[in-house]
Design a binder for this molecule. Structure first.
Ligand code: AMP
Length: 542
């Protein structure tokens, strides 16, 4: 017997319509490429997105078409997404930090027929448009008086496009499993692979992320949305924000410590989300300039492991709660969140911190387990570390165009490529990326744990650990450090500092200092590039 409740397809156009009806005045504030701050609200964004949809239909855009967006977080980017979503076209976020070769590959692979871009990216796309023959036209997201002279094919100003549309347009009316957004991941081997979100998966993830036990997105919050929309749906904030009527502040291209501080303070932001690198830059700025964060209550940190030093500094110096999260492009992206649950609420600070530093627990729509290489499930004892596998309605079942073949096992589990343990309370901890884990004498050393421990040194600005070949132990760790401005330290200072904080045999065989670490397109340290950079480096113990 079927239930007798209404069958209402979960399409994402309903999210912005809901925001327009219920929270029309809640603001969306953007820092433009020019640096100027502009203000709009959910009501206006909704109306302009409808006009955009109508103008896009006039230009032949239809259900299932892929449209690229190469843009920072700003209100026009938001309007573009919802303008596309409403008519069943697919926003395809282009990460501007990709190498041109990868960029051309993904635009062609996705067969994007138009690209919306911020002013920043005009030169980049002018240089490469000939290698993207399928792109018929480019829309530049700027005011009319900012419109540059450009050789981009069919270039049009965003504001002209909006003016050409009207609000009388049909939104939705298609199946909730219809494709909604496309985001390529370079986290896998070989060419980047396209993760194709559906309206249903985005709606479920938006609702999930908003839950109190997850990101706790509320209409009383003001969120500085630093995590880019081209990084896995800005961690679902693009959907949970308007669902809850949360005021959004978008930093545009400016993510340095000073700019982030100005927005946090000037807009009285209570919540924010970003990768650890952004928080490191902010904390350095606050320390150098003796600033405080009176309005900020909590920050979500994910994308790579949150170092203990960041969590402790936010706790002790600023009274800001850090919420640690894990996810991937393939998980829409929320996989787990570490919240202080009743079982750990009463624990002394240090003990509680050890749980909060883990990546935490999954929501209802994500199931997870750890296995050995043969696929046998490992115990949830907080000790065994194995391959982390996930499944659920927010997890990819295939990549766009069938790239990479079958990505699920017979029972529907997706191998995340991460190694993890799960403790008896259910908190998952990432121990490493499976390809970054250091194999020493048949045992594993977690590069993440070592990096986090080294980050506790007061002179460390950024740390990375890679395994280098060793004749006796197979591999041994090399610690690579960027020092804070004006700080000095020697290899033996770091080794001395680490003594007692890590297992004896984890001690890095050497420590080298560099001016900067290579970062990948989503701001993570690129271990691949580091391994290449240090491939001829000989450890003193080898
Ligand atoms: P991406 O698809 O670019 O978001 O990358 C996903 C990968 O980032 C995951 O598979 C992890 O290796 C890593 N990652 C994300 N969040 C965390 C975290 N909180 N701690 C450790 N690694 C993380």
């Amino acid at each position: 017997m079927l239930g007798l409740m209404q069958d209402w397809p979960l399409t994402c156009d309903k999210i912005i319509t809901h925001a327009k009806i219920n929270y029309p005045e809640r603001e969306i504030i953007s820092r433009q490429v020019s640096g100027a701050i502009t203000r709009t609200n959910y009501g206006e964004v909704h109306d302009r997105a409808r006009r955009l949809s109508s103008a896009l239909i006039k230009r032949g855009v239809k259900l299932g078409d892929r449209i690229g967006t190469m843009a920072w977080n700003n209100a026009r980017h938001f309007e573009t997404w919802y303008g596309l979503i409403g008519i069943g076209a697919i926003y395809h976020t282009l990460n501007p930090r990709l190498f041109p070769e990868q960029l051309k590959y993904i635009v062609n692979h996705a067969d994007d027929r138009m690209i919306f871009l911020d002013l920043t990216f005009v030169p980049l796309l002018e240089a490469h448009q000939d290698a993207m023959p399928g792109v018929k036209s480019f829309v530049i997201m700027c005011d009319r008086d900012e419109m540059p002279k450009t050789s981009l094919r069919g270039a049009e100003c965003f504001e002209d496009l909006i003016d050409d549309g009207d609000e009388e347009v049909q939104w939705g009316g298609f199946d909730e499993n219809t494709a909604c957004g496309l985001c390529y991941t370079s986290g896998t081997t070989g060419n980047p692979k396209g993760v194709l979100y559906s309206h249903r998966s985005n709606t479920l993830m938006g609702m999930t992320a908003a839950m109190g036990s997850m990101m706790n997105v509320t209409g009383s919050d003001v969120c500085l949305m630093v995590v880019p929309m081209f990084h896995a749906n800005a961690w679902a904030l693009t959907f949970s924000g308007p669902m809850a009527g949360m005021k959004l502040v978008m930093p545009g291209p400016f993510m340095d410590g000073k700019s982030i501080y100005e927005l946090l303070d000037g807009e009285k932001c209570s919540f924010s989300a970003a990768v650890p690198t952004v928080w490191l830059m902010l904390l350095n700025y606050l320390e150098d300039n003796k600033k405080k964060l009176p309005y900020l209550n909590s920050v979500l940190i994910g994308g790579s492991a949150c170092p203990r030093s960041i969590m402790e500094t936010f706790d002790k110096d600023f009274g800001v709660q850090v919420i640690h999260a894990w996810g991937m492009t393939e998980t829409s992206p929320l996989g787990t969140i570490s919240q202080v649950e009743p079982e750990i609420a009463h624990l002394p600070y240090e003990e509680q911190l050890s749980y909060r530093l883990k990546q935490g627990k999954p929501p209802l729509i994500v199931e997870m387990k750890i296995t050995d290489e043969a696929g046998n499930e490992l115990p949830r004892d907080g000790v065994a570390s194995g391959i982390l596998k996930v499944r659920g309605p927010g997890v990819s079942k295939a990549y766009f165009g069938g790239e990479g073949g079958d990505i699920l096992d017979a029972d529907g589990w997706f191998d995340t490529g991460d190694m993890a343990s799960i403790d008896p309370l259910g908190y998952m901890q990432i121990t490493d990326r499976s390809k970054d884990v250091i194999k020493s004498g048949g045992e594993w050393i977690s590069s993440i744990d070592l990096e986090n421990a080294a980050m506790g040194h007061k002179a460390a600005a950024e740390c990375a650990v890679i395994g280098l070949p060793h004749p006796k132990w197979d591999e041994r760790p090399l610690l690579i450090v960027v020092l804070k401005k004006g700080q000095k330290a020697k290899a033996k200072d770091f080794q001395k500092f680490l003594k007692g904080k890590i297992a004896k045999w984890w001690m890095p065989d050497d420590v080298v200092f560099v001016d900067e670490l290579p970062h990948g397109p989503t701001g993570k340290v690129s271990k691949l590039d580091l391994r290449e950079q240090f491939k001829d480096y000989k450890l003193p113990t080898a």
